[in-house]
Design a protein around this ligand. Sequence first.
Ligand code: AMP
Ligand code: ZN
Length: 732
Amino acid sequence: MLRLYNTLTKQVDEIQTIEPGKVRMYTCGPTVYRYAHIGNLRTYMMADWIRRALEIEGNQVYHVKNITDVGHMRQELVEAGGDKMIMAALAEGKTIQEIAQFYADSFHQDEARVNILPAHVYPWATQHIPEMISLVERLMANGYAYLAGGNVYFDVPQFAKYGNLSRNFGGNLLEGVRAEADPLKRDPRDFTLWKAAEPGRDVKWDSPWGEGFPGWHIECSAMAHKYLGEHFDLHTGGVDNVFPHHEDEIAQSEGAFGDTHVNYWVHGQHLLADGAKMAKSSGNVFLLDDLVARGIDPLSFRYLCLTVRYRHRMNFTFNSLKASEKALSNLRNRVWEWKNLPELAELPPETEEWREKFWNAVENDLDLPTGLALTWDMVRSGLPGQAKLSLLLDFDRLFGLDLHQVPAQYQVPELVVAALGRRSAFREQVNYSTADTLRAELASSGYVVQDTPQVTRIRPKTPLEQLEARWHWVSSSREVDSALDAPDRYDFTFILNAYNYAEDVQRCVTAMRAFAQGFTAEIIVIDNGSTDDTAEWLEEYQGLDPDFQVIHCDHVIGDAAGKNIGLKLSRGKHIVILDASTELTGDVLGPIARQLSDESVGIFGPYGLTTDDMQHFHEEVEKGEADAMQAYCMAFRREAVNKVGLMHEGFRFYRNLDIDYCFQFKEKGYRVLADSSLPMVRHEHRQWTELEDGQRDEMSRKNFGRFLRRWGNRPDLLISAGARGFETGFHH
Ligand code: AMP
Ligand code: ZN
């Protein structure tokens, strides 16, 4: 019998259903004003595995997953500066409902692509406002809610069990509640059930308390009640839902109906990327489409999620994703092979032993990693292929990797079949070299030929196999060997970190070549996870320019890591880092070479900054000493990189990385010099202007924090320190 960790009891509980053979289950669903990211999908996949396990045990599962489309989201977004995508859609005349429908459709597609079984009902919040209102009325009648200033609040001190789920009591609890003190609340823990509409709000509903809109948590209590009743079996969500969302849902539902709301609460841990929770505000969000754009099969992401227990955080990397794609491909190849075997009259008795071992393992708090390890042990065991096939397809009812859909024969064009026939003939004549040439030809037209002792089979390459055959990809700067100790090969190395905006990249590169006369110069472009046609253009250009190289990163590895790849590969005496928004308009290399011939100069460029307090940096240096150089254009001697080191890869976003790197130079005693008359121009910096306000503030703030932690106590490195006769240390 399936056992799961129950957040309510803080232990692994056996799942005993309220009604025998029936499971009623609720999953907190998506907010449909943005795309669901792969972290969200991980949490929905956990619910899917639980549902499959319960169904395989013979239960009939009724699964409800809500769609959060509450219109007040719009107001919040407008207040927060506005989500660009939504604002653009509204400007185009789309209604808020159409926008929600668009994201909901995309969510359903994503669920289908990773094989999440569709819920039986997907109730939309805005279609259940009357249910929410009657629930609030009930809470008022039961003495769990009060009206204040047109708002209705839940009266937390009345509900003795408050805090049981999250174990947030007293002081802890207050920390959990954001300190936006609402003077209308009787107790700071009280939360909003219904909020009065402020003047000018257009998304609002009538209620017994006047026009307004529902609080955040009431929708799940109302919809769960409508579709699953007062008391049901299982509720899932991500760990961030435990408090306050689920704590408040319990208070509302139990306050209204008296009964226990839910028996088992199961929460999935977060998906991280680069060590941080995947979230829009961290700038580390990947969508399923981002994986597909890089040739990854969405089911490889499903496989990857099988490798980590749902209660553990999982760090997402493209390397592990590719390893999962290889493993999944491998399983598919086995199925392909086994499907071609003759049927066996009887499977050996060990087959049942494997089956038992597997289901025992996964019943234990959904231990899919152990289930997967057992699967591989079984696949590598001495069982006959037919038994392996039967077991694998059985296990895949839980995994959901669609292995039953692998064909015994792939459909390939006649010409390919003919080529394969010719190759077999050569092999029979022991003419292996001609056979190998034919295999290579088939490979370059997109087919993989596989020989086994019995047969030769052929299948189309996967999208990833096709992409990998075309280009070389790296996943981190560590994969690139440093040439910093190697002798100079050019006068200059231009480094450009490219991320989308193909036209900007073209303009920048074309101008580098146009204004490098009189010097030898190489160009290194890091394609930092572009998803538009930047990568294609760079590949094409590389074919035309012998001193040009492009390095493709299989995802956005971050600004510092990208530039470090450029630094490691560079072979120019001088390095010039440019941003794609810039364009050279004349000879900049001459002045750079002259300035950098002075060994005391570390960094030179046109866009110098100064500061008095490390807090505010001003772009005011026309000519002379600066505190830092902006990354639109910064030049230094390659030899200096060995002294100051590479860039700090904590800076994924570009902002303040330039200042940080300049301080590395200053710490080693180098000067930073500016000359704003260098012949170049700056165009719109789309990496900045096309970010949403909220996101760019958040990312800038994080990077500024990184900079200050490193250099905040080193005002002695500032040029003003010299003027002030700064001595040592820093005193507040
Ligand atoms: P939201 O659309 O923000 O309400 O999130 C939908 C679901 O995804 C919720 O159950 C969240 O707890 C969950 N979730 C949010 N971020 C992550 C993440 N990085 N990893 C896993 N689950 C997440
Ligand atoms: Zn919910």
